[in-house]
Design a protein around this ligand. Structure first.
Ligand code: ATP
Ligand code: ZN
Length: 210
């Protein structure tokens, strides 16, 4: 039987909890060091260590059969994959934020304004649903400082505690999406017996942690 591949983040906020979950599910393997692929010693599975942004497409295209990634990244990539299980970690929220002294008060005030973000697809969908015509400025990082620098009137970014917003003179204005890490699979893979067994084990780990 073909070995099933699961893609997880190689380093970053989801790596440790993804590795933990798989280890608690009884899988024995080495965490990412320098090799992209780690075989599992006691289960017909291989772990692929990737940047989180690449995981949705790898799973959609079947290069990986399964993946662990944030719902925010899946939504941004607009991929067609199967949701198998919410995992309860990596929780965050995607919010619009404005300067403390901004003249923006209601959503409609965003008309004609510019919004900086690393999530242009999710933001564009939200603006369209709310009939708002704003300019999206895509930037890859440090979105929070763009308003101070006069690059944008608002930002749209991941917020967990709000500390980064605060230290940049910003305040949350509207929540657009909540996100947590999820197990996804390429379409049709849930029928695979190895995947079924892994999902059972993951679900019993999650139940024990509740
Ligand atoms: P990579 O190098 O893999 O591209 P990254 O820098 O894009 O990593 P991380 O910062 O490690 O990503 O975040 C990974 C995921 O963790 C996010 O996409 C999101 O789903 C989740 N997350 C939870 N809390 C936060 C937070 N406070 N800030 C950013 N991401 C968070
Ligand atoms: Zn990333």
């Amino acid at each position: 039987m073909k070995t099933i591949k699961i893609a997880i983040q190689k380093s970053g906020r989801l790596n440790e909890k993804s590795v933990d979950l798989l280890k608690k599910s009884g899988l024995s393997f080495e965490n990412y060091k320098s090799s992209l692929i780690s075989p599992v010693n006691n289960f017909p599975l291989e772990i692929l260590f990737l940047r989180d942004d690449d995981i949705p497409e790898y799973v959609q295209d079947g290069i990986a059969d399964l993946g662990i990634v944030g719902e925010n990244v899946i939504a941004e990539k607009e991929v067609d994959v199967t949701y198998l299980q919410k995992l309860g970690f990596g929780k965050c929220s995607l919010k619009l934020a404005i300067a403390n002294h901004s003249d923006i008060n209601v959503l409609a005030d965003l008309n004609g304004k510019s919004i900086a973000t690393s999530y242009p697809v999710i933001l564009n969908n939200f603006l369209q649903e709310n009939n708002i015509n704003a300019e999206i400025r895509e930037i890859s990082g440090s979105v929070e400082i763009s308003t101070n620098l006069g690059l944008s009137d608002a930002i749209f970014d991941i917020v967990s505690t709000g500390g980064t917003l605060k230290s940049n003179g910003l305040k949350p204005f509207a929540e657009v999406m909540r996100s947590e890490a999820v197990l996804i699979g390429k379409n049709g893979i849930a029928k695979n017996p190895v995947v079924f067994e892994l999902l059972q084990r993951i679900q019993s780990v999650l139940r024990a942690e509740q």
